[in-house]
Design a protein around this ligand. Structure first.
Ligand SMILES: *Cc1c(COP(=O)(O)O)cnc(C)c1O
Length: 393
């Protein structure tokens, strides 16, 4: 049996997959079982932030695997402490929690926000509503699905969790209306600065400002889901830094450990001691091998000039695409981009790119680029040449 048939025989069919078996990779190029090469503009889904098998990352991961691969969270490891110190140092947050995925990071944020209000206002106040945005995406667990503001996800698995109310992104009147309707019941507002799965839709600065003003006035916590936008993706270490705001809570995951499973919840001074002994946990959380990979990512991304290069490469791609007749708009920031097409279907172009040796993504009706942050101009040119040709056909 070939790989695809064997896989489909034994794995639940929860994804739409292409008929492609990837075997290995180097830098920004993946190689299939048949030995065919693919330039990668997707980096997993923004996870392989340093590309495939980056030397420093491989060395760090292998060295840690040789040393100690796991301990329970009854004990400490140095690599966890080093990673946490570095991440808190870069972001300016006070404390963090270690999980293994974006959904798990957001579960932690939801629990933290509810407990903050519970501790301060008491159980009877029922101050537990979390406002999330229409068209958001926060994960696939029952909690984060309930938080996700897209009706397509709210099917089959009833009942969903109560306590989430949606506001239209970039609609300040709707925000104020919903806050008024739920007066003294809201404990947090949760949002993505750029809605990734929702179609690479950025929040307006005025809307973000309105969120923070309302939050400040009513002792409501702000939670920024930076699972997709974090770790330099938008040209700043966190996307929220582009808006000049500091949310109380930030979640990160996808690109944080260079392709290994991680999810973290960062808390500021006000929130750092809300989750106490026994209130939260994760068996694999803070895995030493993962932390070693994460440390290699943090070291690279915090190198002098690295993020400036991310912005420049993003601008370069935009300049190459913006005047193409088929391109009607480019959204996003840095190396997170959504490309709107005039007549062609993003899904068809994505498939055609694959057939021509380029991996890209879609988000709603747009093409989506999330290339490795380390992509070179030469690799960008190679990928864009394939895409440009297909868009002109
Ligand atoms: C991908 C994503 C998630 C979910 O992450 P998982 O690791 O798949 O659980 C949550 N929020 C955002 C913004 C995402 O892009």
């Amino acid at each position: 049996m070939n790989t695809i048939d064997k896989f489909n025989e034994h794995v639940m069919p929860t994804y739409g997959r292409y008929d492609l078996v990837l075997d290995k990779g180097e830098d920004q190029t993946a190689v299939s079982e048949e030995g065919r090469e693919y330039i990668d503009f997707g980096s997993g889904i923004g996870t392989n932030s340093l590309g495939y098998c980056n030397d420093e990352w491989v060395d760090a991961v292998c060295a840690q695997a040789h040393k100690i691969q796991h301990t329970s969270n009854y004990y400490y490891t140095k690599v966890q402490a080093d990673f946490a110190e570095k991440l808190c140092g870069i972001t300016g947050y006070s404390k963090m929690f270690f999980g293994n995925s974006g959904a798990e990071a957001n579960e932690c944020a939801i629990k933290l926000a509810r407990k903050y209000s519970f501790d301060k206002y008491g159980k009877d106040a029922e101050r537990n509503i979390i406002i999330t945005l229409v068209n958001s995406f926060h994960g696939r667990t029952m909690g984060t699905l309930s938080a996700t503001g897209q009706d397509v996800f709210h099917n089959y698995f009833f009942p969903f969790l109560p306590g989430f109310v949606n506001v239209k992104a970039n609609d300040i009147d709707d925000l104020n209306k919903v806050l008024e309707e739920n007066k003294d019941k809201v404990c947090a507002i949760m949002f993505e600065c750029i809605q990734g799965e929702g179609g690479v839709v950025g929040l307006d600065e005025s809307f973000v400002k309105a969120i923070f003003e309302a939050a400040e006035k009513n002792d409501i916590l702000t939670i920024c889901d930076e699972v997709q936008t974090g770790v330099g993706r938008t040209g700043k270490f966190l996307a929220s830094m582009n808006y000049g705001v500091k949310p109380n809570i930030v979640t990160m995951a996808k690109g944080l450990a260079g392709g290994l499973p991680i999810g973290v919840c960062l808390a500021d001074e006000k929130c750092k001691d809300v989750l106490t002994k026994g209130t939260h946990g994760s068996t694999f959380g803070g895995n030493p091998v993962v932390c070693a990979g994460g440390m290699a990512v943090l070291n690279k991304v915090s190198e002098e000039g690295f993020l400036v290069e991310v912005v420049k490469k993003g601008d370069y791609i935009r300049s190459k695409l913006k005047d193409l007749p088929e391109v009607t708009g480019i959204s996003g920031m840095g190396l997170m981009m959504g490309i709107s097409l005039k007549t062609k279907q993003a899904g068809d172009i994505c498939k055609a790119c694959l057939d021509n040796g380029l991996l890209i993504l879609t988000a709603k009706e747009k093409l989506r680029f999330l290339p490795p942050l380390t992509i070179s101009y030469e690799e960008i040119d190679k990928g864009l040449e394939i895409l440009t040709k297909l868009l002109a056909e």
